[in-house]
Design a protein around this ligand. Structure first.
Ligand SMILES: *Cc1c(COP(=O)(O)O)cnc(C)c1O
Length: 229
């Protein structure tokens, strides 16, 4: 049996310690709990500990859980790869989408976000290490996409998201997060108003917080290893 309350405490302690080490304001990093492949009952358990932001990677699975957890006040984040035939469901069932990686998807989310909802918060997913198996934008194409969606009214581009190549050296982990931070500063220097760096997972959250992460996406440290799908 996993002890959700203890895991929750440990993860929050790690985040607080990383904030202090980085000289950052306590509470400046938001924990987004990643529930993919885990049952809705675990999400309910963590919500009972006080967690409010939850992320999912698969649309069908997410919507099933949302229905099961309808009675809770959860802020839902989508972090999975996006097929264009799923954008309508994503636009109407989530507050945040961290994984926008092309213009067409941004257009569809903007068109499909219900008008009685607040604008959808978006992050552009980066792939700065040019990994062929991973989706995400290069620095250059991310800056181009920012310009292309500048006047969209139903989505609000908040910043960047990255899932770096897994490496164990903390300095290597930090180096890639530093690149993401520099890209955000570059974009803001060009007149954008980005405020979000979605980076840091179970194995590298300290390095991400050291480089300015505002949202860490944590699964394993909260819920334990994921069951086989
Ligand atoms: C699964 C997943 C996470 C959580 O990873 P852990 O290592 O389990 O903390 C974070 N972000 C994305 C995009 C994921 O797919």
């Amino acid at each position: 049996m996993i002890d959700l309350a203890e895991n929750y405490r440990n993860v929050n302690d790690r985040i607080r310690a990383a904030e202090v080490d980085a000289g950052r304001e306590p509470g400046s990093v938001q924990l987004v709990a990643v529930g993919k492949i885990h049952p809705a009952s675990l999400i309910r358990g963590l919500a009972a500990c006080g967690q409010r932001a939850f992320a999912e990677n698969f649309v069908q699975e997410a919507i099933g859980k949302q229905q099961e957890l309808e009675d809770l006040q959860i802020e839902w984040h989508f972090i999975g790869s996006i097929q264009s035939n799923k954008t309508r469901q994503i636009a109407s069932n989530f507050s945040w989408v961290h994984s926008v990686d092309r213009f067409k998807i941004a257009v569809r989310l903007n068109e499909q976000r219900p008008t009685d909802f607040s604008p959808l918060n978006i992050c552009l997913q980066l792939n700065l290490q040019e990994e062929e198996t991973k989706s995400g934008l290069s620095a250059k194409s991310a800056l181009e996409l920012l310009d292309q969606v500048r006047n969209f009214e139903r989505i609000r581009v908040r910043g960047f998201m990255i899932v770096p190549k897994p490496v164990s050296d903390p300095l290597e982990q930090r180096a890639i997060f530093a690149e993401v931070k520099h890209l955000l500063e570059q974009a803001n220097g060009l007149g954008h108003t980005l405020d979000t760096l979605s980076m840091g997972m179970t194995d590298d959250l300290e390095q991400a917080v050291a480089e300015g992460a505002t949202h860490v996406r944590i699964g394993t440290a909260l819920f334990g290893p994921r069951p086989l799908k």
